[in-house]
Structures are given as structure tokens and as C-alpha cells.
Design a protein around this ligand. Structure first.
Ligand code: PMV
Length: 358
């Protein structure tokens, strides 16, 4: 099977594939991994719409040495050697799966829809966009991924090898990555869609990403995952995430915003609690993160508007709320939160349609 993915000489040609793929926000967090990018617990996320990466992968018959990856990498219209080296390392690891990558001279041009300086993690959108390009390439040369499910699973699998959370960005609406009895066909190897299980209130959920700090985080996700191996709370955490996924799915199906909010906020604080209880311990929240969390809780208590927070592995706050409350919540952001944001920046986003071929 593997050796079949070699392009016959007469079919070697020039062309390109082009995808845009969004970021996602996890409700049940993936934190802790083993083996080759396998999760210690299942996770569930909403796929976003506006925060996305657009990636064009151009290819031509290679003229240079026949082994190894030949890659010219451009980020935001500039050649970027540092990113290029990372992507070349990822592609090199894929050679056993995709030996044809050694037959081509590759050029990748990638841009993000959100400001580079916003401190938003782009690994989910960028790795999923690249994985989708690679699947299009496979399908173009070998016609092996005509079936949509097969295409999506392969793309999710390849995205996972680049960044675990990227595996979930392949699907519209919401998806689950990691084996769980609560989702049929779920797997540690790739994510599957759970969009059809969303009550309508969640299909248009908003996520305003409140930028507290645009600085690069002090501890990478990779290092954070590794610290979970020695975290004394890890076994309990993995069991909790498993069980919570079932409870969350019921709330998503029923449109139970209160249960959804309770789990969402606790997951965010649990993630950061795990960081604080790692050895060495570290903190990614900033004072403004806490101020925003308090302001959201107070606003919710006073107005009864169901607005909730979650956090990624960083200080920025994702504020989630149903579409019908957009006017009120925007007023809240402008009147009460703007002063806590880095240059007043927030990125309005919502649950989206998933990746698109450009
Ligand atoms: O995909 P990674 O390795 O960058 O890990 C991301 C982990 C969190 O964003 C904190 C949680 C998640 O499930 O997305």
C-alpha cells in the first residue's frame, strides 16, 4: 500500500492545491498525550469561522537531490526559514506514508486571517490547512480519497500528527477527538464530527476572543503536555474529562446552557490548575485574565444573560454566548472590558462551517 504512493514519471507535473481552515476552541480540553501524538483523554471543540489559515501548496517535479523534502516556505508574504524548518521536519516524518513528497519541489504560502501579533495560537488552523492540502495532493495523484469520510479522517489524522488540537478543525460545527463510549466511531487517531448532536442554540454560538496579551507564551503547549506525565492529578483529570464528555454531550443535545457553562468554565480553570500544579509550576493567566473572568461572572449574575468564558493555553479569554444576546454582550465588551484588552483588541468569532477548498 505504502509503496503505491509513488507518482509515475509521466504523471509528474506542476500544479497547486489551496485550502482555508479554521481554528477551534475546546470545551473539554486535551491536555496530556502519549505515544505518537495520542491523547490521554477525549476532547470536544467548536470549530470557529473567522480565525483561519489559508494555505496554498504548489508543487513541481523536483530537479534537486532525489531524497528529502525540498520546501520553500512563505508566511504572510515573506519567506520564513524558521517556520519552514518546522514544516519540513513534519513533512520529513510523513515520507513513509507519502513517499511521493520526495519526488516534488514544494512551495507553501500561508496567511492567517487574524493579526499575527494577536497572540492567538494558530497551530490548529495552520496544521489542519496543511493536512487538507496534503490530502488533496494524494487524491489528485492517486484518486485514493474520493470518499468524503475517508478524506476527512485522513486529513484529521495528518493534522493530529502536526498538532493534536488541529485534528478537530477538519469538521464544521463541533467534533470529538479521542476514543470515548459516548461517540460512535470515535478514535484516538483522528477526530469525528458531532455537529449533528448540537441543539440549534449551539450551532450559532458566538466566541469573542478577548486579547489580553499578544506576547508569545512562556511555556509551549508541547512542554505543557509533557509536564502532565509527572502531574500527581493526571489520572483523576483524565477520568474526569472522560466522564464530563458524556455530560457535556447531553447538555449540547438538550440546549442546556447552564450545564454547558458550568462544564466550560470548570474545564478552563482545570486546564490552568493543571499548569499551576505541574512541576515546575507555571502560570499563563495575566491579572487581566482574572479581571475579565470576574467581570463575566458578575455580568451574568446581574443580567441573567448566559455568557461564559473559556481559556486556551494562554492568557486570552474566549467569551461564549448565544447569538440572540449579541447586542447586549457587545455593549458589555465596549463598556466594561475594553480597558482590560491589549490595545482594545478582540476577535469576534462564532461556530463555523469548517474548512473550505479555495
Ligand atoms: O494541539 P496542542 O498540542 O497545541 O494542544 C492544545 C491544547 C489546548 O488548546 C490547551 C486544549 C485543546 O484541546 O485544544
Amino acid at each position: 500500500m505504502i509503496s503505491e504512493l509513488i507518482i509515475p514519471q509521466e504523471k509528474l507535473e506542476t500544479g497547486f492545491v489551496h485550502w482555508q481552515s479554521p481554528s477551534n476552541i475546546a470545551i473539554i480540553k486535551y491536555w496530556g498525550k502519549h505515544g505518537q501524538q495520542l491523547p490521554q483523554n477525549p476532547s470536544l471543540s467548536f470549530t470557529l469561522q473567522n480565525a483561519l489559515t489559508e494555505t496554498k501548496l504548489s508543487y513541481a517535479p523536483k530537479e534537486g537531490p532525489s531524497t528529502g523534502i525540498e520546501l520553500d516556505f512563505w508566511f504572510e508574504e515573506q519567506r520564513n526559514e524558521a517556520f519552514g524548518a518546522k514544516v519540513a521536519a513534519y513533512l520529513t516524518e510523513l515520507i513513509p506514508t507519502y513517499p511521493f513528497l520526495e519526488q516534488l519541489s514544494l512551495k507553501i504560502e500561508t496567511v492567517n486571517s487574524f493579526p499575527h501579533s494577536a497572540g492567538i495560537a494558530s497551530s490548529a488552523s495552520s496544521m489542519s490547512a496543511l493536512a487538507l492540502c496534503l490530502c488533496s495532493l494524494e487524491d489528485h495523484f492517486f484518486g485514493t480519497l474520493g470518499d468524503d469520510t475517508a478524506f476527512d479522517r485522513k486529513a484529521s489524522h495528518l493534522a493530529r500528527l502536526g498538532s493534536g488540537s488541529a485534528s478537530r478543525s477538519i469538521y464544521a460545527g463541533a467534533s470529538v477527538w479521542g476514543k470515548t463510549d459516548f461517540v460512535e466511531n470515535s478514535s484516538d487517531l483522528y477526530a469525528v464530527s458531532v455537529a449533528e448532536r448540537l441543539h440549534p442554540i449551539f450551532t450559532t454560538l458566538h466566541d469573542d476572543i478577548l486579547i489580553v496579551s499578544a506576547k508569545e507564551k512562556a511555556v509551549s503547549s508541547r512542554a505543557g503536555h509533557a509536564l502532565m506525565n509527572e502531574n500527581p492529578y493526571a489520572p483523576t483529570r483524565y477520568a474526569q474529562a472522560n466522564q464530563r464528555l458524556g455530560t457535556l454531550l447531553k447538555a449540547l443535545e438538550a440546549g442546556d446552557l447552564e450545564k454547558f457553562g458550568e462544564i466550560t468554565e470548570n474545564e478552563a480553570l482545570t486546564l490552568h490548575g493543571l499548569m499551576m500544579t505541574s512541576h515546575p509550576s507555571y502560570l499563563l493567566m495575566e491579572p487581566q485574565t482574572i479581571s475579565i473572568i470576574r467581570a463575566i461572572r458578575q455580568y451574568r449574575a446581574e443580567t441573567k444573560i448566559p455568557v461564559f468564558f473559556t481559556l486556551d493555553a494562554g492568557p486570552n479569554v474566549h467569551m461564549l454566548y448565544p447569538e440572540e444576546h449579541i447586542a447586549d454582550v457587545r455593549g458589555f465588551v465596549h463598556n466594561e472590558l475594553a480597558g482590560l484588552l491589549d490595545e482594545g483588541i478582540y476577535i469576534p468569532d462564532f461556530v463555523g462551517e469548517g474548512p473550505e477548498e479555495v
